[in-house]
Design a protein around this ligand. Structure first.
Ligand code: MN
Length: 566
């Protein structure tokens, strides 16, 4: 039910031994265990928003029905700016004769209060969540509910859509601060008051108080996913492309910050996203212009990295990043740079690969915060290639990747034919995937997969799919891997589904004139005669994202099993 169980006893003891007044200022401290899952110390901006500190109005509560390893109900009360939380395996009941086990779990950020959607498999709490009940509450017999929790007994008068009346939470083992043992075990009961209903069973009311949907319906078509590795203010990611879905005000650099970047000289220090970044050679031309357009300077690349970072962070966070560096600009030969250099500032997030052999890359950049992407751009990384797996599970890809790699004799129209065949095949299989243009000449399709698959699993699945499609248009596809033997034909490159092989990340620039971008597209755009594989650039794609939202977001919802291909 919770992976935090091992820490619960410690935290509760600390609370009971040192009760403090409930002040919103402590909210950051109280979230420590939740945040420890992604090390927020290195991410300044979420702490910058003390959640609803000093907020007026009644306190809120929520009960989320959460299907993770096991179904349970998460009962959460807003206390001192965070959500004090208990997992109730059998759910709350209005029946005053029933006592329910409630496991005290870590505080959750206030932003989680109305979250309904999917937590990707393989992440903490992976599964689906509905807002089963939501409303307001008042502590009874105390004006310091945090102290009441610390002391092991909380009386709460709730007013929700389903729940009402007085609930009592009481710690089973109230031996106090010095006691040993598991004090995460609490009991939940309802007073025999006017709201009490004998025989009341929460499972008789399975629909969301917000959307009217069941867990199963939300899982089948989620609106949002929760990315616990992102700052709380960004963690609830919409899967519905919309103008309001991305580039939300407040998540990117401010106009003042962008104009400060514009006013720096050739070298300077830029303060953005809570970091001080030393930037160099800002007026250097990094990409030749296209046609009549002026070249793209490093300053322009840095500004793009800052503005796109909140959009692309969900695809980079938690993953080692292989940098394709072109310090001399896109017109020069680039090279792969994987090892995070010693001169990288201490705050730059990183991952030490425990499986690295000697002479191999040991320490990788992990773009867990927007400033890290700016650091990489300043380091000359024109192309961003995040791993298909997360650093936490490097052998388990989260996507199956289809790479339609055109040969020298492959026309763009042929690439489109192959992409449309994949669209048909995936539709037939009932598999979700999202296409994007590469920013060069090709198209890729990314398919989110459930946790636990190996690279061999995804590689074999994509190989079968590719061979079935290649058999339809044998005149377009070569199965020779050596470019010289391909007669200029396209390749359906399933071999990219291997550890430490990467495809370019969504929204990454490409080292080519005009700074084209690997831009997500809709499936319908495959039929748009104006679509070009390198048609979107760092000068145009931000307007597209502002208008259409992040079209790639559906790949962020995992939980997808790959059906057998026969
Ligand atoms: Mn839960």
């Amino acid at each position: 039910m919770t992976t935090a169980g091992e820490n619960i006893g410690t935290m509760a003891r600390q609370r009971s031994s040192k009760p403090k007044p409930a002040t919103p200022a402590r909210s950051g401290e109280r979230l420590a265990r939740y945040q420890a899952k992604r090390d927020f110390d290195r991410t300044p901006e979420p702490a910058g928003e003390p959640p609803l500190a000093g907020r007026d109005g009644p306190l809120r509560f929520v009960v989320q029905r959460h299907r993770a390893r096991r179904v349970h109900y998460d009962l959460r009360f807003e206390i001192a700016g965070v959500l004090a939380s208990w997992a109730v395996p059998n759910g709350p009941t209005l029946d005053p004769k029933v006592k329910r086990l409630a496991v005290h779990v870590e505080d959750h950020p206030i932003e989680y209060l109305d979250f309904e959607g999917v937590i990707p498999s393989g992440e903490y709490g992976g599964g689906d969540v509905i807002v089963w009940d939501i409303g307001t509450w008042e502590p009874h017999a105390t004006d310091d509910p945090a102290a009441a929790v610390a002391a092991g007994e909380l009386h709460a008068d709730v007013a929700g859509a389903k729940l009402a009346g007085r609930f009592v939470l009481i710690r089973s083992n109230r031996r106090g601060g010095a006691a040993q043992g598991d004090d995460s075990q609490w009991l939940l009961l309802h007073k025999d008051d006017a709201a009490a209903v004998p025989g009341w069973n929460p499972e008789d009311y399975p629909r969301s108080a917000l959307s009217g949907r069941t867990n199963e319906e939300v899982k089948a078509d989620p609106d949002r996913i929760w990315r616990s590795e992102l700052p709380p203010a960004q963690a609830s990611v919409s899967l519905r492309p919309s103008a309001a879905g991305s580039l939300q005000p407040g998540t990117g650099p401010s106009l003042a910050e962008l104009s400060a970047l514009g006013e720096l000289g050739q070298n300077g220090t830029w303060e953005v996203f809570g970091r001080r970044l030393k930037l160099t050679n800002l007026d250097k031309d990094l990409f030749p212009g296209r046609g009549d357009e002026p070249p793209v300077t490093k300053r322009e690349l840095i500004a793009y990295a800052a503005r796109i970072a909140p959009v692309t962070l969900p695809y980079l966070a938690g993953r080692p990043l292989n940098m394709n560096r072109f310090p001399g600009g896109a017109g020069t030969a680039g090279f792969w740079h994987k090892q995070l250099p010693d001169h990288a500032p201490d705050w730059v997030p990183r991952w030490v690969n425990p499986a690295a052999g000697h002479d191999k890359t040991t320490t990788y950049l992990v773009v867990d915060e927007p400033a890290a992407l700016i650091w990489a751009a300043n380091f000359g990384a024109l192309e961003w290639h995040a791993w298909t797996s997360r650093a936490s599970k490097p052998d388990n890809p989260t996507y199956a990747l289809i790479d339609i790699d055109p040969g020298t004799a492959t026309a763009w129209e042929d690439v489109l034919v192959l992409a449309r065949l994949h669209r048909t095949a995936l539709d037939h299989l009932g598999v979700r995937g999202q296409p994007k243009v590469t920013g060069r000449r090709g198209i890729q399709i990314w398919i989110p997969v459930a946790g636990g698959l190996s690279y061999a699993d995804t590689r074999h699945w994509v190989e079968r799919l590719s061979q079935a499609i290649g058999a339809v248009v044998p005149e377009l596809v070569s199965w020779k891997w050596d470019v010289s033997e391909r007669s200029g034909l396209a390749r359906l490159d399933y071999t990219q589904n291997v550890s430490n092989k990467t495809l370019v990340a969504p929204y990454s620039p490409r080292a080519a004139p005009g700074a084209p971008v690997s831009a997500p597209i809709t499936w319908d755009e495959l039929d748009d005669p104006s679509l070009r594989p390198d048609g979107f650039t760092i000068r145009t794609v931000l307007d597209r994202v502002a208008a259409l939202g992040d079209l790639f977001a559906p790949v962020l919802a995992g939980n997808q099993k790959l059906p057998p291909i026969t």
